[in-house]
Design a protein around this ligand. Sequence first.
Ligand code: MG
Ligand code: ZN
Length: 216
Amino acid sequence: MKVDIVQKVLKANDEIAKLVKDKLKSYKMFCINMISAPGSGKTTLIERIFQEDAEDMRIGVIEGDPETTRDAERISKYNVPVVQINTAGGCHLEAHLVLQALDKLPLGEIDLLIIENVGNLVCPVGFDLGEDARVAVVSVSEGHDKPFKYPKLFTTANLVILNKIDLLPYVDFDVEEFRKGVLGINPNVNIIHTSCRTKEGIDKWVNWLREQVKNG
Ligand code: MG
Ligand code: ZN
């Protein structure tokens, strides 16, 4: 019985995700869904885009969080359209929440829509938000066994960002083991190493986004 209910919820979500997709398409917006554990640096990775030379992309942001508008406030400092979705404790975003958020964005004026999902490696993976690409973020202060423990995220990711790379000398994160794990699940996925502090790899992140927007 329980399995049946879960499947119904997912099916309803998929139908709304299709509406989101159609809407994004009609406005020629490319959409990414960023998924990670809490504290891996998603919001800072978004902020760094605006500090790079990225004015050629008109960007909008949807921030998902269980509580508070802290992340949206950080993003709004860069004068980009941002909508906060509070899930009231809910641990993932769903397509109907994104569909509502789209109404609050200037849709004709955005080329790239970035959705920051709620920090959680498990259930966001099961909910299609109508995005064109998924970005999985892992920081080196977490374990290098993430791809082994949460394979589904890495199966569905179009880009994997290994963040906080500047902390490598201080932690026991095995980069080779991590890469092996990711590529064992998703052999063709791009893996980018970044540090939001030293800005290492931020140009690669922005270039990856630019390529996606260009190739639609
Ligand atoms: Mg955040
Ligand atoms: Zn959840």
